[in-house]
Each structure stands twice: as structure tokens, then as C-alpha cells.
Design a protein around this ligand. Structure first.
Ligand SMILES: Nc1ncnc2c1ncn2[C@@H]1O[C@H](COP(=O)(O)OP(=O)(O)OP(=O)(O)O)[C@@H](O)[C@H]1O
Ligand SMILES: [Mg+2]
Length: 240
């Protein structure tokens, strides 16, 4: 069943077309990765999916519903959550409080939000940091707080924008395990990721963006051998 259906989506900023005629779908239960060079339009696509801006043309359907009239808050309430490429934690708040911000979407009582947030922190391996100020965590920790806050909103579809960026290899592998756990909980994952080791380990399907356009789509093993993708993006990054 299609959870997300994107049809002929374009987004222009003045004379620049950041997303051009993009069409794809993501089924419930999938783990899909989006790769592509810097400036290819990946974060712009996420902003459109999360209703942070309106598409210039084309349509987005989430769970069968056209999202054109929705706000970031209302699409989150329907079950679409996202993380930001640059972590947006509340630095002076604790890890638990940051996670509660997400949990408050589904829980009106603080005590319920706190209980749910604490459970989410266990899933992302931050339980022992619950009372730590978010700003005092390293990059890997802050990325997990970002993940925890999004997860705490109870999404069916989770968009992760370079959640492994800036992590060392062992931190990235730990993150892969966490994301497998999240997926096993029934959350559909759509990830933008430059770290190919993470893409290869997680994704069942990969979409490749280049200059705002979708230039390839397929299983990861096929994508890394695709001459068009190698030419546009992979180059010496990943030789097979
Ligand atoms: N709000 C905006 N106003 C004007 N131009 C923008 C805006 N947001 C993005 N762009 C431009 O759109 C293009 C795509 O940017 P985007 O951030 O989507 O790329 P990206 O694929 O996420 O890149 P990266 O891998 O570096 O994160 C870039 O040329 C960028 O400068
Ligand atoms: Mg980006």
C-alpha cells in the first residue's frame, strides 16, 4: 500500500528549479534512501514532503490524502515526522525535555509525554543521557536527540535528513542498528544520506537526485553499479 505518493513535483526558488518533475512512491513498511550530490534538491524535497513549503507544481499524497493544504503541524499529526540536516535541539533543555516536545503531539498530560519520551530514549540508546543538557552532547548524541524528538511524535513515516552526517564509522554502525529497530517497530523510513555504508546496509530501494531531477531508482546493489549514478554522484566515493 502506498504511504507516500509524489507526482510530478517541482519546486522553484526564483530562477532556480530545486526539484524538477519528481515522481515516486513509498509503500508502508519500506526503507528507502535518497542520495545525490550537494545541492541536488534532497532537503528541498523533504521540506516539501513535510509541508514546510508549497510545491510550485505537482502533488504529494500522504496516506491517500493530498497534503497541499496542510501545515507542518497537521501533517505531523497525520503521522509524518522529519529530522533536520542541522540538528535543531533546544540546547538548554535536557535530552528528555527535547524528546517530550515531540511526545506532546500525542500526549496532552506532561506525565504521559514524559513516560513516552523516556521509552523513546531507550529505543535510541539515550536513556542514560535523559537528564543531560542537549547542547553538551557530541554530534552523534545531538543527531540521536533529533531522531528521538521526531520518533516521539509517533510517526508512520519518518524522514531523516543526513542523520549519519558527521558520525565516525562506529557511531554510524550503531545508528544503523537503531534505525533497524525503529523500522521493526513498524515505522516506514525515507532517508537522505551521503554515508553510503549506511545506505547499503539499510535501504531496500534507492532514489538518486541530480540537479533537482530523479535520475535513477532501484535496489542499492544495482544503483551503485549504474553508470549514470556513478558519473553524476558516486565517482571515486564508492568503487565496486
Ligand atoms: N529557501 C531557498 N531559497 C532559495 N534557494 C534555495 C532554498 N532552499 C534551497 N535552495 C537551493 O536549492 C538547491 C537545492 O538545495 P538543497 O538544500 O535541497 O540540496 P541538498 O540536495 O539537500 O544538498 P546537500 O547535500 O548539500 O544538503 C540549492 O541550489 C540551494 O541553494
Ligand atoms: Mg540537504
Amino acid at each position: 500500500m502506498a504511504l507516500l505518493e509524489v507526482e510530478s513535483l517541482s519546486k522553484r526558488f526564483g530562477g532556480l528549479t530545486a526539484n524538477r518533475d519528481i515522481s515516486f512512491r513509498v509503500d508502508a513498511g519500506e526503507m528507502v534512501a535518497i542520495i545525490g550530490p550537494n545541492g541536488a534538491g534532497k532537503s528541498t524535497l523533504f521540506n516539501g514532503l513535510a509541508c514546510a513549503h508549497r510545491p510550485s507544481s505537482g502533488s504529494i499524497r500522504f496516506d491517500g490524502r493530498d497534503t497541499a493544504a496542510l501545515t507542518p503541524e497537521s501533517v505531523a499529526a497525520l503521522g509524518l515526522a522529519r529530522t533536520f540536516q542541522i540538528p535543531r535541539s533546544f540546547g538548554d533543555m535536557t535530552v528528555l525535555e527535547n524528546t517530550m516536545v515531540g511526545a506532546l503531539l500525542r500526549h496532552r498530560r506532561l506525565s504521559d509525554a514524559r513516560r513516552h519520551a523516556a521509552e523513546v530514549l531507550r529505543h535510541v540508546g539515550l536513556a542514560d543521557r535523559a537528564q543531560t543538557r542537549a547542547a553538551s552532547l557530541n554530534v552523534a548524541g545531538q543527531k540521536r536527540v533529533e531522531l528521538a524528538r521526531a520518533l516521539a511524535t509517533g510517526p508512520r513515516l519518518l524522514l531523516l535528513d543526513e542523520v549519519a552526517g558527521g558520525l565516525n564509522p562506529s557511531e554510524a554502525l550503531a545508528l544503523v542498528d537503531i534505525l533497524r529497530g525503529v523500522h521493526a517497530m513498524g515505522v516506514t523510513l525515507l532517508i537522505v544520506e551521503h554515508v553510503l555504508e549506511v545506505v547499503m546496509r539499510l535501504a531496500q530501494r534507492v532514489l538518486v537526485l541530480n540537479f533537482g531531477q530523479l535520475i535513477a531508482e532501484g535496489p542499492p546493489q544495482q544503483i551503485v553499479r549504474d553508470p549514470v549514478v556513478v558519473e553524476a554522484y558516486l565517482g571515486s566515493r564508492h568503487r565496486v
